[in-house]
Ligand binder design. Structure first.
Ligand code: ADP
Ligand code: MG
Length: 337
């Protein structure tokens, strides 16, 4: 059997059971945005790792090394935000072909350093090796959190309201602009920026972590269509998403109209939005929503709800069942964009 038949998540399910057995009581391993190692009642260590591979995650000719350095850290910060935590340090493993221009590498580090400085996340070590082909960038980020604020993918409850902290599909739109070399109007430029320079929702994650009525949380990396299934699986529930409620930016609406993109497919499956997907106790939703809007100056967007029907994802459009033709990202099953 080939890996492409079981896919990325099929593979993780296949190898993870023995590693999930007999873990120490205060440790949570494979399955969430970050591992959790509880140190005391007041502090837990969070650990996350992500890799960017040339030609898979980026095309060298179409990305500046500065943006790439920043993005390689930002995607990890997003996983710490998804737990409700604060990132504290980073480690970097680089695989580089010998003909890589040193100036290119300098700029990669400039981008990385800029974000390290802005978020007070020092780079504390790493590893550098020769790569026979593509550039490989792997970053590990450690984070810290008060254990009672940890938000897991497994804590959603039937009846919870499903929300996101930002607009969806902008990064997927930016990727299309980049790959199709579309003419850069104002909208296209903004989408490209969203794709190349994702912003981790760290302040939002910490704020939501401190809300007891927020139950489950994760970041949107593969697209809602794929990511919600992680919450459904880990929480043994189902979900209902009202497609007409997905938050869309003015820029994406403009570009989608001009280029004939299917807005809903892009918002559900484009991926790399790096906003947060969370579930909120229904009785507290209006209070949490109001407080979020007051503190962040924008809405916490309600997009659906959690249902009791384990494994069932219902997509509705104005109340009627709807289907998607594409699905979220999986490294081995192929992507839709
Ligand atoms: P994320 O998108 O938040 O980075 P993934 O969906 O990539 O998380 O991974 C799902 C879970 O599987 C995570 O808990 C991750 O740590 C774990 N995982 C993925 N690949 C591996 C691997 N090669 N070895 C161990 N754990 C892995
Ligand atoms: Mg994640």
């Amino acid at each position: 059997m080939k890996l492409s038949e079981i896919g990325e998540f099929g593979l993780i399910d296949r190898f993870s059971p023995p590693f999930l057995r007999d873990l120490p009581r205060a440790v949570v391993g494979i399955g969430d945005d970050a591992a959790i190692i509880e140190r005391s009642a007041d502090e837990a260590l969070l650990v996350t790792i992500d890799t960017l591979v040339e030609e898979i995650h980026f095309v060298r000719a179409k990305t500046t090394p500065r943006d790439l350095g920043e993005k390689s850290l930002a995607v990890n910060l997003s996983d710490i935000a998804a737990m409700g935590g604060t990132p504290t340090s980073a480690f970097l493993a680089l695989g580089l072909p010998p003909d890589t221009p040193v100036e290119w590498i300098d700029q990669l580090f400039e981008g990385l350093h800029g974000l390290c400085r802005r978020e007070s996340v020092p780079l504390l070590g790493g590893d550098t090796t020769r790569s026979p082909g593509p550039i490989l960038i792997t970053i590990t980020v450690l984070g810290s959190i008060v254990p009672r604020n940890i938000k897991r993918r497994s804590s959603a409850r039937p009846g919870d309201v499903l929300c996101v902290t930002g607009t969806l599909g902008d990064s997927g739109g930016g990727l299309r602009v980049m790959l199709q070399d579309l003419t850069l109007g104002e909208d296209e430029r903004s989408l490209l920026e969203r794709h190349c320079r994702p912003q981790a929702h760290l302040a939002e994650g910490r704020w939501l972590g401190a809300q007891p009525d927020v139950h489950a949380m994760m970041d949107v990396s593969d697209g809602i269509d794929s990511d919600i299934r992680h919450i459904m699986r880990q929480s043994r529930c189902g979900a209902r998403i009202a497609l007409e409620r997905l938050p869309v930016s003015r820029e994406l609406r403009g570009a989608a109209g001009r280029h004939g993109w299917d807005l809903i497919e892009l918002m559900m499956t484009g991926g790399e939005d790096y906003c947060l997907l969370l579930t909120v106790d229904p009785s507290a939703m209006s209070a949490v929503g109001r407080a979020f809007a007051r503190d962040f100056g924008r809405e916490l967007s309600v997009i659906g709800s959690i249902t009791a029907e384990e494994g069932r994802l219902e997509l509705l459009r104005d109340g009627q069942p709807a289907l998607l033709h594409q699905h979220g990202f999986d490294h081995f099953l192929g992507r839709g964009v």
